[in-house]
Design a protein around this ligand. Structure first.
Ligand code: MG
Length: 158
């Protein structure tokens, strides 16, 4: 049995915050605002994985009203999602993610992101795709007010 899931997330970009994307700290003049470390890529990925297993969404499992998740490393959230999947006998086939932001250039950081994410999912780096695009200067992403990410995940019953 195979299942596919989709995830989407968006965060504001503000001064005075770190920019974490795909589990990697990216040097930049602004960072993502959020209750946790606001890693928009890992959040979209968590939702894709939870979605494939029909296990709800990241907001249900890690509410932003819960002090436990304040400033949380999103890799910890992803690890908890994987624990839930293993409970359901699910294994990950592959994941594919797209980041949407104007700056900075993401491609130089993609190898580091794949190296962080693959072991957390229990798959090879060749099954972790991370792509990036801009919004061609249009809208909130184009004005650099925010960053968005989409992700899809394929699960197989172990
Ligand atoms: Mg989020």
């Amino acid at each position: 049995m195979i299942r596919v899931g989709f995830g989407f997330d968006v965060h504001q970009l503000v001064a005075g915050r770190e920019l974490w994307l795909g589990g990697v700290l990216i040097p930049h003049s602004v960072g993502a605002l959020g209750h946790s470390d606001a890693d928009v890529l890992l959040h979209a990925l968590c939702d894709a994985l939870l979605g494939a297993a029909a296990l709800g969404d990241i907001g249900q499992h890690f509410p932003n009203t819960d002090a436990r998740w304040k400033g949380a490393d999103s890799k910890v959230l992803l690890a908890e999602v994987m624990r839930l999947l293993r409970e359901g006998q699910w294994i990950v086939g592959n994941v594919d993610c797209t980041l949407i932001m104007e700056r900075p250039k993401i491609m130089p950081h993609v190898p580091a992101m794949r190296a962080v994410i693959a072991p957390l999912l229990g798959i090879g780096e060749d099954a972790v795709s991370i792509k990036a695009t801009t919004s061609e200067t249009m809208g909130y992403i184009g004005r650099e007010e925010g960053v968005a990410a989409h992700a899809v995940a394929l699960l197989q019953k172990a």
